[in-house]
Design a protein around this ligand. Sequence first.
Ligand code: G3H
Ligand code: 13P
Ligand code: NA
Ligand code: ZN
Length: 328
Amino acid sequence: ALITLRQLLDHAAEHGYGLPAFNVNNMEQIHAIMQAADAVDSPVILQGSAGARSYAGEPFLRHLVAAAIEMYPHIPVCMHQDHGASPGVCMRSIQSGFSSVMMDGSLLEDGKTPASYEYNVRVTRQVADIAHACGVSVEGELGCLGSLETGKAGEEDGHGAEGELDHSMLLTDPDEAADFVQKTQVDALAIAIGTSHGAYKFSQKPTGKVLRIDRVKEIHARIPNVHLVMHGSSSVPEDWLAIINRYGGDMGQTYGVPVEEIVEGIKHGVRKVNIDTDLRMAATGAIRQHLAEDRKNFDPRKFLKEATKAMSAICKARYEAFGSAGMA
Ligand code: G3H
Ligand code: 13P
Ligand code: NA
Ligand code: ZN
């Protein structure tokens, strides 16, 4: 059944677990996520970006999600819109039937210029008023995602602030978070604690702690009833990186967020964990490997099935690590 983000995260908070939110654009990704959830009995958050909507086409995306819900009636599914750059994008998602929307007012509509606090409050509040009247949940974001080492947002071709970021923007302030939630009435709050989007998060293999979990604790202590969201939470699997490069790919050496640090965040109020890059890498690696090893194959179902299997294994591992397995 389709349920709201609020319902899912209230349950997660009550039982002390976190939920991965995987980005979806096509049938194979949705298959992978649903098969894994079915295998371990986890609730599901599917999230679509504006880019996903233009890739698949709004009716295709809508019907793919409807198909997932029809095929797995026993699994609670939230359909969430990722990184709405304007109230208009959020309104179109509500019209399309999404049960949750993210208004990302931390950046202006261009998706790269850091916005003022007042702008963020205004647009997020506007979306929350309308979404809540429609029974739809809202996620907001306060702070700018980016590396604490370099002050850079990370992803070059997607979401993320351009240029060098002021250090204070890279860590969400607990008092400002409390004021923001009170003024906007969001159901969930994405915070900046040192993660960034895309594959190139850390250039060195993380030894100690790479995230500011101490800041998560401070924010959670200040607003204990607010569900916290971690974006940029792919772990960038080393095995898939090696497979991609072994079979003709050319990705640079890079490291992601260790799963153990996410689990630490979940102990302190993180309830939604956004993951896109990990599934992209698993799919690409599996397809490259299949096509290299079975050079006579020209049936796309064979390599797409390998991609689905690879993505599903990651979904299952995250459901288990974050504690959502058994919670459907
Ligand atoms: O944070 C962004 C997600 O990874 C979605 O990326 O806009 O390329 O679909 P996208
Ligand atoms: P990754 O690039 O780390 O997978 O993060 C995805 C994300 O935050 C989507 O909103
Ligand atoms: Na989101
Ligand atoms: Zn994100």
